[in-house]
Design a binder for this molecule. Structure first.
Ligand code: F0G
Length: 457
């Protein structure tokens, strides 16, 4: 008999999580204005709000915390990070930042000006926020297949070459660079194929543009290339990662994802000139160029995390768990983005609640229901997140209205996944009884989803 699959790690430390009653949760979610970001973490049983900074570091990463070098300048921890980035990602220059959006802030301070156009595959909200904050425009060139959750396409993060070339031809000098998010969070943690990365590089060369990767989940992307793309099955994750980044000029990284740390990020680039220019903003916004908002110990743990995060056995355990939850939901007939992505399962809320109007924030309504049912916290990736159009100030209703269940790395067991699946099944079985959506009571002018206050519609 073939042995069943099991994780390639064991548990050395545990953290108690608290169950609650439905009555308690009804009270808490009301006090939180139906915004799951406003809940206290001990009001949550299984926290699938994000996979960002919520992973469990390994014993080896924790040991790096003890030997971190806290020197202001030239710390050995900085050089550990520099060596890991050069070794795994192949970039000569880098700047540490405190997290991913800080990397965007610093890099875009150099690269983005008012009126610029930045095409890419569904930009993440902070990326888009940093572009729009500078009065520039993020143009989504993702393939159309990504917006049909029922289609089983292996690389739904891909950029459509026709859409991209059209932007490059029509917008000319206004296009400053192309950004490729690997994996593409907004379209469902969906990977970009190597062939597609090669195509982007080719078009960038043809039009004299730079390519920047938003690399938060690059290792998960490499895993999918190995599993799904012809010619890569026998290549190591590191070899695939090496080829992926050979097509980029620069990258931003939220290390809170695939480098399995609780805080940290960086920018890496090939150009000395870009490094020099970005250093000025790094010093202003983040810190000196050899720590950029990070402690030495955090840089050391991050360096170690880049190695662990690109090990096949780890990635296999991780993505199998996400798939385990996704396939359970699919077997129950619950509509999810297919195929299942790398870091999360995305439930298609429009197909879950077809009777609710889009003005009622359908995915948020589902996320609130899931919290009430079992104390599980997911997150809305829909109209709340899409925010208002910066010019017309009208609500934007994106093609997909999703509830994301993001799985932290090395944190929960498959028993937790079973609870989530049954909780969703219970809601699915009585979906017709849920007839009230939500309405906004108050909201911030940008990135409103974090702090928005809602009430029942
Ligand atoms: N890019 C991508 C693709 C992301 O998913 C994130 C964060 C960022 C950039 C920004 O990085 O949080 O370190 O500042 N995503 C988190 C999430 C917040 O829940 O998906 P950050």
């Amino acid at each position: 008999m073939e042995l069943p699959f099991a994780e390639s790690y064991k548990i050395k430390m545990v953290e108690t999580i608290r169950r609650s009653t439905r009555e308690e949760r009804e009270q808490w979610i009301k006090e939180a204005s139906y915004n799951l970001f406003r809940l206290k973490s001990d009001q949550v049983f299984i926290d699938l709000l994000t996979d960002s900074g919520t992973g469990a570091m390994s014993d080896k990463q924790w040991s790096e915390m003890m030997t971190g070098d806290e020197s202001y300048a030239g710390a050995s921890s900085y050089f550990k990070m520099k060596n890991a980035i050069s070794d795994i990602l192949g970039f000569e220059y880098f700047l540490p930042t405190h997290q991913g959006r800080a990397a965007e802030n610093v890099l875009f301070s150099v690269l983005v000006r008012e009126g610029d156009i930045i095409p890419g595959n569904s930009h993440f909200d902070t990326t888009k926020g940093h572009i729009e904050f500078r009065k520039a425009f993020a143009v989504d060139c993702t393939i159309d297949e990504a917006f049909d959750t029922t289609l089983d396409h292996p690389f739904k993060g891909n950029i459509d070459p026709v859409k991209l070339e059209k932007v490059l031809v029509e917008q000319g000098d206004r296009v400053k660079f192309i950004i490729v998010t690997v994996t593409c969070n907004s379209s469902g943690g969906q990977p970009v194929s190597m062939e597609n990365l090669r195509m982007v590089r080719h078009l960038a060369n043809k039009f004299g543009k730079q390519v920047v990767f938003d690399a938060a989940r690059f290792a998960e992307n490499a895993y999918f290339i190995k599993k799904r793309e012809a010619g890569y099955a026998d290549k190591t994750i590191r070899a695939i990662v090496g080829e992926m980044f050979s097509y980029a000029d620069a990258m931003t990284m939220s290390a809170k994802k695939d480098a399995i740390v609780n805080m940290g990020g960086f920018i890496a680039m090939r150009s000395h000139d870009l490094h020099q220019k970005a250093s000025v903003f790094n010093i202003m916004f983040e810190g000196y160029i050899t720590y950029g908002g990070m402690s030495g110990r955090d840089m050391s743990a991050l360096a170690r995390g880049l190695y662990e995060g690109t090990e096949f056995d780890y990635l296999d355990s991780r993505i199998r768990q996400v798939t385990y939850l996704g396939h359970q939901l699919m077997d129950l007939g619950i509509p999810v983005q297919q195929p299942i992505g790398g870091h999360a399962v995305f439930v298609d809320a429009k197909r879950f609640f077809p009777h609710l109007p889009k003005e009622g924030f359908v995915a948020q309504t589902l996320a609130v229901q899931l919290y009430l049912e079992a104390g599980v916290r997911g997150v809305e990736i829909g109209a709340l997140l899409a925010d208002r159009d910066p010019v017309s100030r009208e609500n934007r209703y994106p093609a997909l209205e999703l509830m994301r269940l993001a799985i932290p790395r090395r944190v929960y067991t498959n028993n937790h996944m079973d609870v989530v699946a049954v909780a969703l099944k219970n809601i699915w079985d009585r979906r017709d009884e849920i007839t009230r959506g939500l309405r906004i009571v108050s909201e911030a002018p940008i990135m409103r989803h974090f702090t928005v206050e809602l009430d029942l519609a």
